[in-house]
Design a protein around this ligand. Structure first.
Ligand SMILES: C[S@@+](CC[C@H](N)C(=O)[O-])C[C@H]1O[C@@H](n2cnc3c(N)ncnc32)[C@H](O)[C@@H]1O
Length: 394
């Protein structure tokens, strides 16, 4: 089990960051592709990556990659995989299928063929077949079809890795934990500098940052599908968990979050408790347009601000908008507030609005493409140097 081919999907835009993270966790070289990375690794690495990766959506083991032209080929390719080496006939399973430029008419039918092949192979080798469970399968098999090739993977993660196990209270538009982690990684924040999210909602960015500052592994609260795969051995896994736990420490950097909605701050507090970082985050209520810097030392602001009709800015900007149509643009006011009070801070703002810098009348010093699910966004960096960041009004 030392020569597995792993594929780790991630949000588009986070591939290079994920390759760097993989290198940090396993000391292995990963190759970035669109929306994921590949690497050669051991079974131990696969467990380590599930436990420690903040950016990957899941960790998949490639079982085969072969040419195909129709469903009959898919059946033969899937029959040739030694499924009985990977899971026991008592486990339930499900085949998930994705495709890019596949000539096949029905992906459902293609998935059915692969499912039949797995069941028939078990019947042939073990005399009985495992059952399918489409809701909560023990084992998930992923099939990916391109125009000419099919790849089959065994999923080692189960629930996607953004489900860390601490979020029960959600806000209106919570960020996925993996995307919050990608924002933190892209910002280059080091856990010796203050970090502040002034529109923290249910606290995702602050909680991810606080776990980093406390050395807490993102997967420490959850279970993984690899525990149900046959190569799994509980002892080395227990060791990896204990090693991870031994690395917990007091926070190395102060982390702050605030939100105009007190209900959100409550959610964030409860989430932080479950995530084991209540002691490491300072959460307050308050309007981002009025809150003063939470620390004397300038640090990094990371913001997933309210936007669009679903999540409008509340607080001062909201009241002004209600009073006078066109008055009180939240972002222009936020920029003015930051310029007046946040000299020395670097603010990173995630937004689908490509014109945000001109709305804020600020010139960005970095713009990083990032996808929030299907929504193309930019993570803009603004360096708050008093007065001098103002863009030429023209
Ligand atoms: C897109 S959501 C942030 C979601 C958050 N990243 C999470 O994962 O839950 C935007 C947040 O901005 C807050 N908000 C709106 N107007 C605000 C203001 N003037 N000051 C501070 N927060 C504000 C909303 O209450 C909402 O929680």
């Amino acid at each position: 089990m030392s020569d597995l081919n792993l594929f780790m999907p991630c949000a588009a835009g986070a591939e290079t960051l994920l390759a760097e993270e993989v290198q940090r966790i396993t000391a292995r070289e990963a190759k970035a592709h669109r929306a994921g990375v590949t690497l050669q690794a051991s079974w131990r690495d696969a467990m380590l990556l599930n436990l420690h990766s903040r950016l990957a959506q899941r960790v998949l083991i490639e079982l085969t990659n072969a040419p195909y032209r129709g469903e009959v080929d898919l059946y033969s390719v899937a029959t040739a995989v030694a499924w009985e080496d990977w899971f026991d006939v008592k486990r339930t399973f499900k085949v998930e299928i994705t495709a890019q430029h596949s000539p096949l008419k029905s992906l459902n039918f293609a998935a059915l063929k692969i499912k039949d092949a797995i069941a028939d192979r078990f019947r042939d080798k073990r005399g009985e077949r495992p059952s399918v469970d489409t809701q909560r399968p023990d084992i998930r098999i992923y099939a990916h079809l391109t125009a000419e090739r099919v790849t089959l993977y065994a999923d080692t993660s189960g629930e996607p890795l953004f489900k860390r196990g601490w979020r029960e209270d959600k806000g209106e538009a919570p960020l996925k934990e993996t995307l919050a982690a990608a924002m933190i990684a892209a910002s280059g924040w080091q856990a010796d500098t203050p970090l502040y999210d002034p529109c923290c909602g249910s606290g995702t960015i602050a909680i991810e940052a606080a776990q980093i500052a406390c050395g807490i592994a993102p997967g420490s609260l959850r279970r993984f599908a690899f525990e149900k795969l046959l190569p799994f051995d509980a002892k080395p896994w227990q060791l990896l968990r204990e090693e991870a736990k031994a690395r917990h420490h007091a926070p190395t950097a102060p982390v702050f979050g605030s939100d105009v909605a007190f209900r959100m701050v409550d959610f964030a507090r409860r989430n932080a408790e479950r995530a084991g970082v209540a002691h490491a985050i300072n959460l307050r209520g308050g309007d981002a347009l009025q809150r003063m810097p939470p620390s004397d030392t300038p640090g990094v602001m990371l913001v997933n601000p309210p936007y669009g009709e679903r999540i409008e800015a509340a607080g001062v900007a909201g009241r002004e908008r209600a009073q006078a149509e066109g008055g009180g643009d939240f972002f222009a006011q936020l920029a003015a507030h930051w310029k007046a009070h946040y000299a020395g801070w670097n603010a990173w703002v995630l937004t689908p609005d490509m014109k945000l810098p001109s709305r804020m009348r600020l010139k960005e010093s970095r713009r990083v493409p990032m996808w929030n699910g299907p929504i193309e966004c930019r993570l803009f960096r603004f360096d708050m140097v008093k007065g001098s960041a103002r863009k030429d009004a023209a």
